[in-house]
Design a protein around this ligand. Structure first.
Ligand code: NI
Length: 485
């Protein structure tokens, strides 16, 4: 999710609005009160979590489902709210003696079998000022994904956004909702990003516009499905981009078989076959992870890691190993961790037992031949897991909680900026070392993060430090709250 408005920009916008706007703000506006009408949803329970630091506290309540992947999506959403709050609170606390607190509540409501709505509502207090906002998503636990608005209108449909834009404005007028007219125009452009926060019920969409998008408060707008000619009843199958990670066919900058100049590592260097564990000296740690390689840029990445005494984890794909076997050895010799990312990057949940055995087993034996070790960790392509995959992989499945979407942006500056503003202690960052732009970004990130006091560790080290203990067949998208004071 890309939030349209950062709360901090929002507070600014809010100040301007208060001075200029004509609409009356209804303090009892339903959208900003703590959700009350949470309906029980099958197989969804509420988890409560407290996070505390010195003068900063967060109470988080969010759903847990039977799908580890959906749980990961939910947690990464929750973490974004938490990170936004932390950033603002820490900036304030640096200059002020005060307490800051944040409360996140989640309202859940059924959509259809295996699919349900979640509306997150944040109320935060930073010194004397308060902010609140809401954001909604629809999850599907059998598809292991969140829906995008486009999923309900068919892939070929180019005009649905214009229809949505008009329908939302119409509903705002008809229901006399307290919006700012200038913001209404800006916030309902025919752009999917404007309609990313929604719930869906049998007969209607409920768009939950975050505070700052249509008004200074969060606003809910109902649009009847019958009013949308382009809505495709029951069409929704989840789009590629609402999956955790999309690339089914790996895009490489280099064609398979391309040779890489030898001699990029020092000849005769003693391989450090025993990865030295960092001394646990109270530093804050992050795990950078690189998927789909090794590739033509992997050696350059290793050099940067070495320069800053940093480690990373590489989830390797068999077809890349066929092209770049030496690079896999270099990764191992650098004391980095290697995980299995399948032979040909297939979605594992779609395979039968023989297919699973082949996709996973081939990579195990290639790596064992190259490094002498079978990889102890696994990352399933797209984060897709079911019980068959768990059994076939029979090791910890490592997902991520910071998704750079580097494969989509192919923009080193974007990836660098995104990580620098998003990352915090204990995070698992997803990147792909097959892209030159990603390695460009990583080289800068390794330096900058180290200078900010982060220690870059492998996945095994991260979980050893913060917990929980990794177990075979279980999926992990992040460390638990144990890293918090
Ligand atoms: Ni991948």
């Amino acid at each position: 999710m890309k939030k349209m408005f950062k709360p901090i920009a929002l507070l600014l916008a809010l100040t301007l609005l208060l001075a200029s706007c004509s609409f009356s703000r209804d303090k009892d506006n339903k959208a900003t009160t703590v959700p009350e009408n949470t309906t029980a949803v099958k197989d969804v329970t509420m988890k409560k979590e407290q996070r505390r630091a010195d003068r900063l506290s967060m109470q988080l309540e969010y759903p847990e489902t039977v799908s580890e992947v959906v749980n990961g999506l939910i947690l990464s959403e929750v973490n974004k709210f938490a990170d936004d709050f932390k950033k603002q609170a820490n900036a304030f606390l640096a200059a002020n003696e005060a307490q800051c607190s944040m409360q996140l509540k989640s309202e859940v409501a059924p959509y259809k079998e295996n699919a349900f709505n979640v509306c997150y509502t944040v109320n935060a207090q930073i010194g004397d000022s308060r902010y609140n906002t809401s954001y909604a998503r629809v999850y599907n636990t059998s598809e292991n994904a969140a829906y995008a608005i486009a999923d309900f209108f068919g892939k070929e449909n180019a005009t649905y956004l214009e229809e949505l834009s008009a329908a939302v404005k119409e509903s705002v007028r008809k229901n006399n909702l307290p919006v700012d007219s200038w913001l209404l125009e800006q916030g309902t452009h025919a752009n999917a990003a404007c309609f990313s926060s929604f719930m869906i019920f049998g007969d209607k969409f409920t768009f939950v516009f975050p505070s700052g998008q249509l008004a200074d408060e969060s606003i809910r707008v109902d649009v009847q499905l019958s009013a949308l000619t382009s809505f495709q009843a029951g069409a929704a199958s989840v789009s590629d981009f609402s999956q955790l990670e999309a690339p089914e066919n790996i895009e490489t900058d280099v064609q398979p078989g391309t040779t890489v100049p030898e001699g990029t590592t020092q000849a005769g260097k003693e391989p450090e076959t025993t990865a030295k564990r960092p001394e646990y000296n109270g530093k804050k740690r992050i795990a950078l992870t690189f998927d789909d390689g090794p590739g033509a840029h992997t050696d350059r990445l290793l050099e940067a890691l070495k320069q800053y005494n940093a480690k990373a984890t590489f989830f390797m794909v068999g077809t890349s190993l066929d092209s770049f076997p030496e690079q896999a050895k270099h990764v191992y010799e650098a004391g980095c961790e290697i995980g299995n990312h399948t032979y040909s990057h297939k979605t594992l949940t779609k395979l039968d037992a023989a297919g699973l055995e082949s996709e996973i087993g081939r990579v195990d034996s290639i790596l064992e031949k190259l490094t002498g070790e079978k990889p102890k960790l696994m990352r399933p392509p797209g984060g897709s897991i079911n019980d068959n995959v768990r059994a076939a992989g029979n090791r910890p499945f490592i997902l991520w909680n910071v998704d750079t979407e580097d494969w989509k942006h192919k923009d080193a500056d974007y990836v660098y900026d995104y990580v620098m503003k998003t990352v915090s202690e204990g995070d698992i960052v997803l990147m792909h070392d097959i892209h030159k732009t990603s390695v460009d970004a990583a080289v800068r990130l390794i330096k900058a993060l180290t200078e900010q006091g982060y220690e870059l560790v492998t996945i095994s080290e991260l979980f050893e430090i913060y917990g929980p203990k990794l177990e075979n067949g279980k999926a992990y998208y992040a460390i638990t709250g144990s890293g918090w004071k």
